[in-house]
Design a binder for this molecule. Structure first.
Ligand code: FAD
Length: 328
């Protein structure tokens, strides 16, 4: 019996969510007194296996095959399902990235089990030892805790940024096992001819330490220039509520919340954002929150560490000038 984390790598680089899942997976495995196993599929990916051990895995199973060099639904599903059927893990965690969202359901169907997608909380029921998988339901208006009592493995996908990355422990030792994936070319119905990277200047707000976020209260696209200036001065990036994204003032990549990204920066400055539950779901784990809002009763004000009541167009320029003065 073991708890598995499917470690995601792209071109040999581990995705941060895999480390986040190892942190949570470690806690779950300890509660069950089971091993934590990372499953790493790819081609010539052995060099990153040690990082998985240092972040909490007891064992790493490497599924190494030239046909696993690029992700394909067929190849990865077959290779991982085979080893899962053989070793029968109790639990499988997958990051809810584009790849994880594709792989998770396919793998669950192959293993004839259930999958809870986009979990924001994971725990173990003390009595039944079942996995408790919590996720927003009904448009985020309530949190549902889901169990999978009759089938194994219990499977969950978790969005990047929900859990913290555990500190690496360089003294940790573990078993690294290379397993030959039993796949052949005819198993894979998709041919990856080439990978074209988007030339668009994409932001990854999930990695940022400082986020200056704007909502409907910013009022227009030009207003976001002010937020960008503050973000730049603080070495951060710009985030947004869905209202601002839907209005076309900023790209979807910047959206924080239930249908956007989950972030946990050191500092989150919310400007002209009311704090709807779907927005809070994506940023309430931030270390320090400053909210700027005209309305002192806006929900964001009650979760903020510092709530500034007033017009953001008066407060932000003053803040920017103060910081510039401090820096000079
Ligand atoms: P509003 O709620 O309109 O708030 C604007 C705020 O700006 C007000 O509090 C106002 O007092 C303040 N304000 C106005 N002018 C100024 C000024 N000059 N200075 C200072 N303050 C000012 N939302 C998300 O953000 N992310 C999501 O991922 C997301 N997913 C969703 C998923 C579902 C299924 C659903 C149903 C909704 C989702 N939403 C999401 C939408 C969410 O419910 C809210 O509608 C949205 O977050 C509101 O955005 P807002 O706070 O910018 O706008």
């Amino acid at each position: 019996m073991s708890v598995w984390v499917i470690a995601e790598q792209r071109e040999g680089t581990l995705q941060k969510v895999s480390l986040e899942l190892l942190g949570k997976g470690r806690q779950i495995a300890d509660k069950l007194e089971e091993k934590l196993v990372a499953v790493l599929a790819g081609y010539e990916v052995e060099k990153i296996a040690d990082t998985l051990i240092k972040h909490g895995a007891d064992e790493v199973i490497i599924l190494d095959h030239i046909l696993l060099k690029n992700y394909t639904t067929d190849g990865y599903t077959k290779a991982i399902a085979q080893i899962a059927m053989e070793r029968k893990p109790e639990i499988i965690f997958i990051g809810a990235t584009n790849i994880g969202r594709d792989l998770g359901p396919r793998l669950a169907a192959r293993l004839k089990t259930g999958l809870t997608a986009d979990c924001t909380g994971l725990d173990i029921d003390e009595n039944t030892k079942n996995l408790l998988m919590t996720r927003p339901a009904f448009g985020g208006n309530l949190m549902a805790t889901i169990e999978c009592p009759n089938h194994r493995p219990q499977m969950a996908t978790v969005r990047p940024g929900v859990f913290a990355v555990p500190c690496a422990d360089d003294r940790r030792k573990g078993k690294i096992e290379k397993v030959a994936a039993q796949i052949k070319e005819s198993d894979i119905r998709t041919v990856v001819e080439k990978i074209v990277k988007s030339l668009e200047d994409k932001v990854d707000i999930t990695e940022a330490k400082v986020i200056v976020s704007g909502g409907r209260g910013v009022g227009n696209e030009e207003g976001f220039a002010l937020l960008k200036e503050l973000a730049h001065l603080l070495g951060g990036v710009v985030g947004a509520s869905r209202a601002a994204v839907d209005a076309g003032w900023i790209g979807k990549d910047h959206q924080v919340g239930q249908t956007g990204k989950t972030v946990r920066p050191n500092l989150y400055i919310a400007c002209g954002i009311s704090g709807a539950i779907q927005h809070l779901a994506g940023m309430q784990e931030s270390d320090f929150i400053i909210a700027i809002n005209k309305d002192e009763t806006a929900p964001i004000m009650s979760i903020a560490d510092v709530a500034l009541v007033g017009d953001l167009y008066k407060i932000l320029p003053e803040l920017i000038n103060e910081i510039k003065g401090y820096k000079d």
